[in-house]
Ligand binder design. Structure first.
Ligand SMILES: *Cc1c(COP(=O)(O)O)cnc(C)c1O
Length: 355
């Protein structure tokens, strides 16, 4: 494994007084990790340097053809002051799969983990300790070849940024309103839906803006072929409790395989729930809602962990779920996952990696 060169910043930056109140993704820690790739040298020049601009030629391929992938994960501070990651190898492996889809090089898994640990260690004072806070970690990779011809880039830059993030639910967990989007689609089978790449988001913004103007927090995407099966929410996977059983869309290539989704399924099964991964049509959901059998709906994702959905709107009809309140399973899942993440519940599954 190559050594990581560390160049500490010399100026002192002010840290926010109360990290539990910082806006998501707006405040960055002092340092970032960088590493370069080209086909001659492979990955090289691993370094931790002060957070700051990356000089780039405007002809770099990422600006024109969106060859970019990213990850989203967190480091958590436990009550004893220790810092830990939640299933980091899931993110590391997913990034390799995302990269494969858009022809970007994979990285040695242990090197990636070492970079995460070193970076968080260097900026450990930026890992907040207030209730519900964490350090959000954003690894990403961009194509840096200069030239306007479309081809797989030969050179890449890998970067890891970190940001302290406050509690997602400072005022308690409030269920959100979701619009089932029936015009735009986010992804198609055979496309890049399962990859965490920036381009997927570019295609999704218009629908979010439209929904936002109508008072919805997010959109629920339907499949790109028939606009019939539900897929996922903006940056969350989706789960339904219907007549006592838990349903979630199967990973069909256009759904992002969330780490929180996978962990939720495993916990729910351990707790004795029947969890069914399948194609779920919007008609089925509407029918269940009308029959009073749509008992709970929630989204899963690293940023918010578990988000209850209180209202689902499809075309001109709105269905209230669980009286617009958080349901029992949603709450249990939130407590179960966050308990493990913050080290309040014993990790019996080897999900935690400590620094
Ligand atoms: C990141 C992401 C998710 C959630 O994945 P987690 O690993 O649970 O954070 C869901 N959907 C999309 C589109 C995403 O980008």
């Amino acid at each position: 494994m190559q050594d990581i060169r560390i160049e500490l910043r010399e100026d002192k930056r002010e840290k926010p007084q109360d990290m539990s109140k910082v806006k998501f993704g707006k405040t960055f820690s002092d340092h970032m990790f960088l590493m370069n790739y080209d086909s001659q040298k492979g990955w090289h020049d691993a370094r931790i340097v002060p957070h700051g601009p990356i000089p780039m030629d405007p002809g770099a391929m990422v600006f024109h053809y969106a060859q970019e992938i990213f990850e989203g994960m967190k480091a958590y501070r436990t009550e004893s002051g220790a810092i830990q990651f939640f299933r980091p190898f899931e993110n590391i492996r997913r990034m390799a799969r995302s990269g494969e889809r858009v022809s970007m090089p994979a990285m040695d898994e242990d090197m990636f983990m070492e970079a995460l640990k070193k970076l968080v260690e260097v900026d450990k004072e930026w890992v907040p300790s207030e209730e519900g806070t964490s350090l959000y970690i954003r690894p990403f990779m961009i194509a840096t070849d200069v030239g306007l011809g479309v081809h797989a880039s030969d050179s890449y830059l890998f970067c890891i940024l970190t940001c302290p993030v406050g509690s997602y639910y400072p005022e308690g967990i409030n269920p959100i309103k979701i619009l089932i989007e029936d015009q735009d689609v986010r992804a198609v089978r055979g496309g890049t839906g399962y990859a965490k790449c920036g381009g997927n988001y570019a295609a999704s913004i218009r629908a979010s803006v439209r929904a936002g103007k109508k008072g919805f927090s997010q959109v629920l995407w339907l499949d790109g072929v028939e606009r019939k099966y539900v897929e996922e929410v903006g940056a969350m996977n989706i789960m339904f409790k219907i007549d006592g059983k838990i349903y979630t869309p199967e990973l069909n290539g256009s759904v992002l395989p969330g780490v929180t989704r996978k962990s939720s399924i495993e916990l729910l099964k351990d707790w004795g729930y029947e969890v069914i991964e399948k194609l779920i049509s919007v008609d089925e959901l509407v029918e269940a809602a009308k029959a009073g059998k749509l008992e709970e709906v929630w989204g899963t994702g690293t940023a918010a962990v578990v988000t209850p959905v209180g209202w689902l709107t499809y075309k001109d009809e709105t269905f209230e779920v669980e009286g617009g309140k958080i349901g029992e399973v949603t709450q249990k899942l939130y407590d179960g996952l966050t308990g493990i993440q913050w080290g309040k519940v014993e990790d019996t599954r080897d999900w935690i990696v400590t620094i």
